[in-house]
Design a binder for this molecule. Structure first.
Ligand code: ADP
Length: 161
């Protein structure tokens, strides 16, 4: 059985993330989405909220699991018996950072490879931070998120107004 992890902040999960998850689920026997506790960033949603959202939008995919994790991605991969770390590539700007990350991970864990999926064209511009910025100013975010996630973002933004 081939397993892969798909790590990220998912603050919140976008249609671009969902596209990567769905495509990975078709290639791998098992996909574990890893929601990162990131001390460096102040997230809009707590890890528990992000895990809950991801579980709900991936409920139709039987081979996808969602977990939170803290620490090194390679440790999370090992704990889950995953052979691969999946990352999405949007633009050339993602490339340098992702290359460095994957090479560092490979030095630390040669048995685990990073697989890159190029984003579907229609989501190539999409990022969680852009969506949050639009929502902050009351813009329409429905084209970027699952309807349930969009509603949760709107609810959350009400607190800032
Ligand atoms: P991180 O904080 O690790 O960058 P993100 O939640 O922003 O986590 O993204 C997780 C992964 O999903 C990364 O590999 C990122 O490049 C990828 N990703 C983000 N947005 C998109 C998108 N619109 N299309 C494809 N991949 C994406």
């Amino acid at each position: 059985m081939t397993s892969a992890i798909y790590p990220g902040s998912f603050d919140p999960v976008t249609l671009g993330h969902m596209d990567i998850i769905e495509r990975t689920a078709q290639i791998m026997d098992r996909v574990i989405v890893g929601v990162l506790y990131n001390q460096k960033k102040t997230p809009l949603f707590s890890v528990e909220e992000r895990v809950k959202m991801l579980k709900s939008v991936t409920a139709h995919l039987p081979n996808v699991e969602v977990k939170s994790f803290d620490g090194l991605t390679i440790d999370f991969a090992r704990e889950n018996g995953a052979k691969a770390i999946v990352r999405g590539l949007r633009a050339i700007t993602d490339f340098e950072y992702e290359l460095q990350l994957s090479q560092t991970n490979r030095v630390m864990a040669p048995e685990i490879d990073t697989l890159f999926l190029t984003t579907s064209l229609k989501y190539s511009y999409l990022s969680s931070s852009m969506v949050k910025e639009i929502a902050m100013y009351g813009g329409d975010i429905s084209a970027f998120l699952h309807p349930d996630v969009a509603e949760l973002v709107r609810e959350k933004m009400k607190r800032f107004h």
